[in-house]
Design a protein around this ligand. Structure first.
Ligand SMILES: *Cc1c(COP(=O)(O)O)cnc(C)c1O
Length: 424
């Protein structure tokens, strides 16, 4: 093992350990396991020492050969599990053909994916980008452009967007300002103006917040990061109605809830609500960095140069997205997601009853267990020590977002480990 590093990092490297691991395929991988903060990554989150080296289906392996059952799948990203054959094939085939002709040219996978998204969502225009935050940033720009008079029906300059308390829309400066996450408040001042936050699930509160400057209402159909908060059934339809009455745009952030996650292609489908703008990310790329903003024909109002990006809509990523859609957007696949959801939900409810916890929430394979008097973080750590990866999205909330093609035996295995952790 040869480490290329300037002499001054030698001292800190000595504090770490080197581990050589023999893998099942006979290959030896030598890995630097950081036991100290002395790796070269900017500190943005507290990570365990594991270095993940391989994933297959619902399983993830670290460099020491420890296998984990993965019930978060990159935060609801790997909708078909780790390294699915169908996406590997789509990626390999496209990699032989064309990676990036530049966004100034058409490419076939991008147009195929836009067409498939139109057919599944009814929204005829797509803008592809690389992250959910970028898709939401794009939605905010489009709404402001439309509100400034670019669209028919816009009277005067309107720019204000009503968003919800507890919401999460991303980590760019503007999407942080749009988010109603309490921890973001006041960070990186000055904060981008133009957002009014109202309680989630309360359409009256939205109505009260409308001013002559309001141009849009933006929300997650189910708040994900906030702890899988499901609003009242009629909420989205009420907001659609309000937006119609006041000439506002309805923006659905389906970055987490879209692409089959809730047992429907899009969470908005449940209430038959069509947003004017929908954003997608996470599951859209099945693990690859791909996101999209979809909008109606009348919102196709950006001028040339208003929006774009070097990697946006590149064929390598959009070919994967097209393969994801072909797989997920079938009645059989979505029926199966609902069956798996019932299986997981039933098991979680049994654990909830058995251990006296508060409730099971969510839809499809976006589920949360609300704990009573227990730390979700400690529970997630205990589960990981027993080989199960869960997410503690709030201090007392565990979130599960397995692959949409997880098996029932993997679900039972996860429930067994969770039972153990809840007992201890
Ligand atoms: C994850 C998420 C985002 C941000 O997506 P990134 O790809 O991390 O930028 C935005 N909105 C919702 C609802 C999300 O869950």
């Amino acid at each position: 093992m040869h480490v290329h590093a300037p002499p001054w990092v030698g001292a800190s490297l000595l504090l770490g350990t080197f581990a050589a691991t023999l893998h099942a395929d006979g290959g030896t991988v030598t890995t630097y396991l950081s036991q100290t903060p002395d790796n070269n990554l900017l500190t943005i989150t507290a990570r365990p020492a594991d270095v993940m080296v391989r994933g297959q289906g619902s399983y993830l392996w670290n460099s020491e050969g420890v296998r984990y059952l993965d019930m978060i799948q990159g935060w609801a990203v790997n909708c078909l599990g780790h390294a699915p054959r169908v996406l590997n094939d789509a990626l390999a085939a496209q990699a032989q053909l064309l990676w990036n002709p530049s966004p100034a040219f058409h490419n076939d996978p991008q147009m195929r994916l836009a067409r498939a998204l139109f057919e599944s969502s009814g929204l005829s225009r797509a803008f592809f980008c690389n992250s959910g935050a970028e898709a939401n940033e794009s939605a905010i720009k489009l709404a402001r452009k439309w509100g400034a008079g670019a669209g028919q029906g816009a009277a005067g300059i309107r720019h204000e967007i009503i968003t919800t308390i507890g919401s999460f829309h991303g980590r760019t400066l503007t999407t942080m300002a749009a988010s109603g996450k309490p921890a973001f408040r006041g960070l990186f001042a000055p904060t981008m103006p133009g957002f009014r936050h109202v309680p989630f699930g309360d359409s009256k509160a939205v109505e009260t917040a409308i001013t002559p400057q309001t141009v849009a209402v933006m929300l997650e159909p189910i708040q994900g990061e906030a702890g899988v908060i499901v609003p009242p059934t009629e909420y989205l339809a009420q907001l659609r109605q309000l937006c119609n009455e006041h000439g506002l745009l309805l923006i659905a952030d389906e970055v987490q809830t879209g692409i089959g996650r809730t047992g429907r292609m899009f969470a908005c489908d449940k209430s038959n609500t069509s947003p004017d703008i929908m954003t997608l990310g996470k599951g859209l790329g099945g693990g690859a960095p791909l996101a999209a903003m979809l909008c109606t024909e009348q919102l196709n109002c950006f001028s040339t140069g208003d929006q774009g990006g070097t990697f946006n809509g590149n064929p390598l990523m959009t070919a994967i997205g097209a393969a994801v859609l072909a797989e997920v957007n079938t009645p059989d696949f979505l029926t199966r997601v609902n069956e798996l959801s019932q299986c997981l939900r039933k098991g979680l409810q049994q654990l909830c009853d058995k251990h006296g916890h508060v409730e099971v929430r969510g839809e499809g394979l976006l589920l949360a267990l609300e704990l009573r008097g227990a730390s979700a973080g400690a529970m997630a750590r205990s589960a990981r020590a027993n080989g199960l990866i869960l997410n503690a999205c709030q201090p007392t909330t565990l979130r599960l977002m397995p692959a949409l093609n997880v098996s029932e035996s993997e679900i039972q295995q996860a429930l067994g480990i969770l039972d153990q952790s809840l007992r201890s």
